[in-house]
Design a protein around this ligand. Structure first.
Ligand code: PMP
Length: 408
């Protein structure tokens, strides 16, 4: 896309017109959360203004309307990730809840002391701790596929770590700490050759890579609305219907039942079996709007723009002496993680903030990645569709000032 196209995209996001500390906001913390276009903010407000009601319950018009909108959002998600059926789209709170659901309702009931779950060395804590807990509950083992110095997964080790006791492979599609795009299609082929299903943590990937769960043949796919220009508190678990059918509910209560007596309960059909209680109706509808927004711009155009920005930022930052990029995989997207000699990442973040430049500093909820590289943390700039080359220049200029301060 041309600069003027990006300028038009940018104008859709009211928050980007804010200033901080008297400086124009340069928001480069998109891996933590993205800002929302006007259409998404409006969709959420419009629900409360015009359609607010509970879903799947009422016979009255408003409840019917709320239900229709909520279910239409589910269909938008289905299309966006190319799932076979809306039965396979479960609305949850976010990636974290989606992974916990699979860890407890799929893994825990299958794992025993001779079994294992395979993850990778570049996982976010939310794709580590749920498996750790399921393993602790069952006596199973957590196996970790290592990464190389560039932050790339060792595919041979995927093959070697999967054994007869492997019940699930769970890997990130795109690392939030390194920017590495994992070779997930290959991982799924390897796992499936051993009849092992695969969960992909799509928290980062969803906004940057086109996701086609059927082309990937992914068994589970988890993502959060807030990382793709939608609201917080809403996310998606995709699961193949055959797997979801065989799983017990994760939480129980209203909406997920067909009939209840004190003697026994019959569960509702998919996907409602996994949606206990009143869901985040407005959030789901606004997420649907966010997916429409991204689809209208075109994920290919967005990805091309972000890729160009990442290459530009990599070249500019790479020229700063004492700056080391952490995560130099051949396949990368949207994330530039780095350290600066002699400066703590938190100091970088704080000084940049004074210049209006928002980045993330720390371990990025991926402490094992930091341990792998022998560092306490990194500074991380992460790009979204509305970022510009001028913002990369602002980042680089601010980093130069950080260096001056610390060299004096
Ligand atoms: N996995 C990855 C790779 C992430 O980047 C994040 C968010 N930082 C999560 C999982 C967790 O997402 P959420 O906090 O929205 O549940």
């Amino acid at each position: 896309p041309q600069d003027d196209a990006v300028a038009r995209w940018r104008a859709d996001f009211p928050l980007l017109r804010e200033s901080v500390h008297g400086k124009p906001l340069v928001y480069l913390d998109n891996a933590a959360t993205t800002h929302k276009p006007q259409a998404v903010i409006e969709a959420e407000a419009a629900f409360y203004r015009h359609d607010n009601s509970n879903v799947h319950r009422g016979v009255h018009a408003l409840s019917q309307r709320a239900t229709d909108r909520y279910e239409a959002a589910r269909e938008k998600v289905r299309q966006f990730i190319n799932a076979a059926s809306v039965q396979e789209i479960v609305f949850v709170r976010g990636t974290t809840e989606a992974i916990n659901l699979v860890a407890q309702s799929y893994a825990r009931v299958r794992l025993g002391p001779d079994d294992n779950v395979v993850i990778s060395a570049m996982e976010h804590h939310s794709n580590i701790v749920p498996w750790q807990m399921a393993c602790a509950q069952t006596g199973a083992e957590l196996r970790v596929v290592p990464i190389n110095d560039a932050g790339e997964l060792d595919l041979d080790m995927v093959e070697r770590l999967i054994g007869p006791g492997t019940k699930l492979v769970a890997v990130t599609h795109l690392s939030n700490a390194l920017g590495t795009i994992a070779p997930v299609k290959r991982i799924i082929e390897i796992a499936h050759a051993h009849h092992v299903p695969v969960l992909l943590d799509g928290a980062q990937a969803i906004a940057h890579l086109g996701v086609d769960v059927r082309a990937l043949d992914a068994d589970f796919y988890a993502f959060s609305g807030h990382k793709i220009y939608g609201p917080t508190g809403i996310g998606v678990l995709y699961g193949k219907a055959v797997l979801l059918e065989a799983m017990p509910p994760y939480q129980v209560g209203g909406d997920m039942i067909r009939s209840v007596t004190f003697g026994q309960t019959e569960y509702n059909e998919l996907p409602y079996k996994f949606e206990a209680g009143t869901p985040n109706i407005a959030g789901a509808i606004a997420l649907g709007e966010a997916l429409d927004y991204v689809a209208a711009l075109g994920l290919d155009a967005i990805a091309a723009h972000e890729h160009a920005l990442l290459e530009y930022a990599t070249a500019q930052a790479g020229a700063i002496s004492g700056l080391k990029i952490v995560g130099t995989a051949r396949d990368k997207a949207s994330i530039l993680s780095f350290t600066l000699d002699g400066v703590h990442p938190h100091d970088i973040g704080t000084i940049l903030d004074h210049d209006g430049v928002a980045i993330r500093a720390g371990h990025h909820c991926a402490m094992p990645v930091m341990q792998r590289f022998g560092i306490a943390g990194t500074a991380r700039a992460s790009f979204a569709l509305y970022n510009t080359r001028a913002e990369v220049d602002a980042l680089v200029a601010a980093l130069a000032r950080v260096q001056e301060m610390f060299q004096r």
